[in-house]
Design a protein. Structure first.
Length: 419
């Protein structure tokens, strides 16, 4: 196989990143702006609406952190991964479309939680598919390409959505109606580009079916924690990941709300975050290529340091150009830190238990996201200042870097497939 040539299945796997990234971009841009405008119309202050949005994000991540590991364990059973992936994806797609319905800010948040649970659950199975669709030596590059094309591909429905929202009045639509159409458009995009993967994916690594798969999944789930006590390589990575990905996810989830709080207008927020997607494309590919010359763990360390700098810069942000500059900085490291963390983890775990382990990976990732958005919501509300929340997130990034640097940076272990 030509190492520079993607297989059809690898391309179909990348397509799902393109599909779900449309929803991710909505979460980072239009959804929080739309929600904050609804909340403001109902007399809710900017700091309170930021906090409520943070609580909704935290609730969705908590739900996935609870159900994800068990579903992941079940998915490792032969023939289960694709159906569970399909169900989760459809919950996300239908939830995204249903965001067009509510006019109440509380109801809107409730639908948003359902959509985000479906989206996040689907990623457990999607990430675990990495072992089935490619080989160890191609994982870093493929994972990076997934994020890269996800950033660029998601711009297609987003630009269409942006045109609808920004030019709603001239084309005879209300902003609310234009936004509703945008939600439907992104849901259809997500579904359509996922179809090739659904048609062609086959589970290669699995555990043979047992009489009671659900009961067995709980037993296997408990055994994983025993394995983690013995496997320090995976344990320390997950611990470091918990803290540094906290900063990454929280910045992604809360950037738009934070920007509105410091006075950035809606149009500048949307265009700056569109720039993030475009700039992230080449840098995600670049970091994937760099893994051929440099250790994956070194590149992850550099990305964590980059995010620490981003959090520090955000503390003094109060001008539109500074938000644009921050968007570019995020674009440089956002895809790299997520893609390389995913591929590094996929290499150090047993492949026939990939969904189980990615369920645990999701606990640490979603647990971090829950903690980060919750802490930012609480500290922002208590201090009535979003910058206090950003400072807390910066502290989590520093702690994650320290654990990763001293416990994980020198590890490039490849795990046996049959452990």
């Amino acid at each position: 196989m030509d190492k520079n040539q993607l297989t059809k299945l690898e391309k179909y796997w990348i397509l799902y990143d393109i599909g779900n990234s449309a929803f991710v971009l909505l979460v980072s841009t239009i959804i929080p702006i739309y929600f904050k405008n609804i909340a403001s119309a109902n007399g809710i202050s900017l700091s309170d609406s930021t906090a409520y949005y943070g609580y909704a994000v935290s609730l969705s991540t908590l739900i996935v952190a609870v159900i994800g590991p068990v579903l992941g364990t079940i998915a490792d059973t032969k023939g289960y991964k694709k159906p569970l992936f399909t169900f989760s994806m459809m919950v996300g797609v239908i939830g995204c479309a249903a965001l067009a319905l509510p006019s109440s800010w509380i109801f809107f948040l409730a639908v948003f939680v359902v959509a985000k649970v479906g989206f996040a659950s689907s990623l457990i199975f999607y990430d675990a598919m990495l072992s089935d669709v490619t080989t160890d030596d191609r994982m870093d590059n493929l994972s990076s390409l997934g994020y890269a094309w996800g950033y660029l591909g998601s711009c297609v429905p987003f630009i269409a959505s942006l045109i609808l929202v920004l030019f709603a009045e001239p084309i005879g639509l209300s902003t609310a109606a234009a936004t509703a159409i945008a939600f439907l458009l992104n849901a259809v995009w997500w579904l359509v580009v996922t179809l090739p993967l659904l048609k062609n994916y086959k589970q290669i690594y699995y555990i043979e079916p047992v009489r009671s798969p659900i009961k067995s999944s709980f037993q296997r789930f408990g055994n994983i924690f025993k394995e983690l006590r013995e496997n320090k390589t995976v344990f320390y990575f997950l611990l470091a990941f918990f803290f540094y990905i906290d900063g990454v996810y929280t910045i992604i989830e809360m950037a738009t709300s934070y920007g509105k709080d410091v006075g950035i207008d809606d149009n500048s927020l949307l265009l700056a975050l569109l720039l993030t997607q475009i700039v992230a494309f080449p840098f995600s590919i670049l970091f994937g290529k760099l893994t051929k010359k440099y250790r994956t763990t070194d590149l992850i360390s550099i990305s964590i340091v980059g995010y620490i700098g981003i959090a520090a810069f955000a503390l003094q942000l109060d001008k539109t150009w500074e938000f644009w500059f921050l968007a570019v900085l995020v674009a440089v490291f956002q895809g790299a830190i997520q893609a390389l963390s995913r591929s590094h983890f996929a290499r150090i775990i047993p492949k026939n238990k990939s969904s189980e382990y990615f369920g645990i990976y999701d606990i640490f990732g979603k647990g971090a996201s829950f903690l980060g958005t919750m802490l930012m919501g609480i500290t922002t509300q208590l201090a009535d200042n979003s910058k206090v929340g950003v400072a807390v997130i910066g502290g989590m990034l520093v702690l994650g870097f320290m654990i990763f640097h001293f416990k994980c940076r020198n590890v490039e272990t490849k795990y046996s497939e049959n452990v």
